[in-house]
Design a protein around this ligand. Structure first.
Ligand code: NAD
Length: 491
């Protein structure tokens, strides 16, 4: 078994308390590597290294242009190592190699895009209204960033968080998911090879309530960027407030995917399937509520049952596989529990609805579709994070909007229609951070991504992401002659 160590201050180091844990391949059910079960001591060591990197030494002295070039070098190294890193991710999270390889191929673009932005973060000279004053703004890095990630797309989240943070001049301490830490620990070596000075990029592995909590509580961490469940996100938000940390939260969803009867139904069916069964449904943007216009609901459901039923389950490394295992035993039980709850509440299962047998590892769930789902049912309201689709009918645009927005979440929404006016009206009315029309699950380094309502705070990707890692400073210089007449009033 391979052993991974923390990456702190430019070195791989063993956990201070000498504790380790196994990381398990969800497809085989067997441990394949050992990772540190870190502690608050490791977190403190990493935060001190990150703080030092920002206050003295080569990183503090580095120009923004040099920082950008260092990020471009990292992009090329990730591209050269994409296959190796993707295979590690599959071994840890069981998602398809084709999906993880696609993510790793795309990952370098975040470093290129934000590397290019690094030396263009200009302030402004403000044509200030006070006579004989010169006033300007500058943007400074917010400070040490704590980055906490989920298990479904480990290195993609590193790119989303760390590329804008480092473009802004911050240093980072990453706490990857305890289920999928290996690829992040492996990636750390590439930052060193790219010439990142010691302490700029650190990784501390371990459990959420210990290592994650220690990072969120640490007084020398200025900002937390988190991807994970809304329950953990809310706890982190409350904890971060005690030390007045800035936060970006990328949380869960119950996204509506809305099919009108004027849609191209071949495209819509493919989009509906990809919205829920890709990645075994373990994606924050899963289109888990399929709203279908009543005039086509039965025929469209039949198509989805055929398409979903044809999905091949198996080894995620095999290019023929469509559906891999659920990543963790707890998540597997949760998905099956929700299937049971849906049945008990009166939803009617037309596809799957059970564990899939005859496969290794014991963590496969049949792609599942429920009809006769009402908006009040838990299956229509709560995030399952598995291959379980709820189909709900609607009559017209107004009803579709009402049903779509009847959720605490607001991460994404899909709309399938050939009517441009309808597409525009829906995009405006839907309360979601992303609206896809005639496509689904599209992301880009250029396009802001994030949630409204309980789906999160802030945006990742796109130019605005870098602002989340900067503080604006206003500097005033008076060149007035003489002493102000009255020192007891505001100038
Ligand atoms: P999770 O909330 O259980 O864990 C996320 C991270 O937080 C892990 O690193 C975990 O160790 C850590 N953590 C757990 N408890 C903590 C605590 N008390 N203090 C500090 N850190 C703690 O989420 P998960 O199960 O890994 O991921 C699935 C969830 O992530 C789903 O809800 C999904 O929708 C969401 N997600 C959101 C996005 C997005 O971009 N919006 C993307 C992917 C996943």
């Amino acid at each position: 078994m391979k052993t991974y160590s923390h990456f702190i201050d430019g070195q791989y180091v063993e956990p201070a308390d000498g504790e380790w844990m196994d990381t398990v391949n969800p497809y085989t059910g067997e441990a394949w590597a050992r990772i540190p079960k870190g502690s608050a001591k490791d977190v403190d060591r990493a935060v001190q290294a990150a703080k030092r990197a920002m206050s003295s030494g080569p990183y503090a002295a580095m120009s923004a242009s040099e920082r950008g070039k260092m990020m471009l070098r990292l992009a090329d190294l990730v591209a050269a190592n994409a296959q190796r890193l993707a295979e590690i991710e599959v071994r840890d999270n069981g998602k398809l190699l084709s999906e993880m390889r696609g993510q790793l191929n795309y990952h370098p673009e975040w470093w290129r895009y934000f590397g290019g932005i690094a030396d263009k973060l200009e302030g402004a000279v403000v044509p200030i209204d006070k006579p004989d004053h010169f006033a300007f703004t500058t943007h400074e890095p917010v400070g040490v960033v704590g980055a906490l990630t989920a298990w479904n797309s480990p290195l993609l989240f590193i790119a989303w968080k760390c590329a804008p943070a480092i473009a802004a001049g911050c240093s980072v301490v990453v706490k990857p998911s305890e289920f999928t830490s290996a690829s992040t620990l492996e990636f750390a070596a590439l930052t060193k090879e790219a010439g990142f000075p010691d302490g700029v990029f650190n990784v501390v592995a371990g459990l959420g309530p210990t290592v994650g909590a220690a990072l969120v509580e640490h007084p020398d961490v200025a900002k937390i960027t988190f991807t994970g469940s809304d329950a953990t996100g809310a706890a982190i938000y409350a904890q971060a407030a005690k030390t007045m940390k800035r936060v970006t939260l990328e949380l869960g969803g119950k996204s509506p995917n809305i099919v009108f009867d004027d849609a191209d139904l071949d495209k819509a069916a493919s989009g509906a399937i990809s919205g829920i069964f890709a990645a075994t449904g373990q994606t924050c943007i899963a289109g888990s509520r399929l709203l279908v216009q009543n005039s086509i609901k039965d025929a469209f459901t039949k198509r989805l049952v055929e398409l979903g039923g044809s999905a091949r389950k198996g080894d995620p490394m095999d290019p023929q596989t469509n559906i891999g295992p659920v990543t963790t035993p707890a998540q597997y039980r949760k998905v099956l529990d929700y299937i049971g709850i849906a049945k008990a509440e009166g939803a009617h299962c037309v596809l799957g609805g059970a564990a899939a047998s005859g496969l290794p590892g014991g963590q496969f769930v049949e792609p599942t579709i429920f009809v006769d789902v009402t908006p009040a049912m838990r299956i229509a309201r709560e995030e399952v994070f598995g291959p379980v689709l709820s189909i709900i009918g609607f009559d017209d645009e107004d009803e579709a909007i009402r049903l779509a927005n009847d959720t605490i979440y607001g991460l994404a929404a899909g709309v399938w229609t050939e009517n441009i006016g309808r597409a525009m009206r829906m995009s405006k009315a839907l309360k979601a951070g992303t609206v896809w029309v005639n496509t689904y699950r599209a992301v880009s380094y250029m396009m802001p991504f994030g949630g409204m309502k309980h789906s999160g705070i802030g945006r990742e990707s796109g130019i605005e992401a870098v602002r989340h890692y900067l503080e604006t400073k206003s500097t005033w210089i008076s060149y007035a002659q003489g002493v102000p007449s009255n020192p007891f009033v505001m100038r």
